[in-house]
Write a new protein. Structure first.
Length: 93
């Protein structure tokens, strides 16, 4: 594995860890928003796995796969990090 690919893989690990923390926070708050997040999390993971498998079968490199996963993680980080503007707040314990 080349250094650049290794660096990208390590960045993915750190970024994914941040998204996990954001998701866990949302899930701990419970409510409708948390249920929706749990459903979304499972469906997104299934979609990303199928996408990666299809890309590999089409000849994509491991670097391409990691790059695409980082795009998914970045999109989730933006969505989860956004304040809940204009929506009713779920109950906070």
């Amino acid at each position: 594995m080349r250094r650049r690919e290794f660096t990208s893989l390590m960045k993915l690990a750190v970024e994914a860890n941040g998204v996990i923390a954001l998701r866990m926070t949302k899930l701990m708050l419970s409510g409708r928003s948390a249920r929706r997040e749990a459903e979304l999390m499972v469906s997104e993971k299934m979609h990303a796995a199928f996408e990666a498998a299809a890309s590999l079968m089409a000849g994509a490199s491991s670097g391409d796969i990691v790059h695409r996963y980082r795009q998914h993680v970045a999109r989730n980080a933006r969505r989860l990090g956004r304040p809940n503007l204009g929506r009713s707040r779920n109950r906070v314990l």
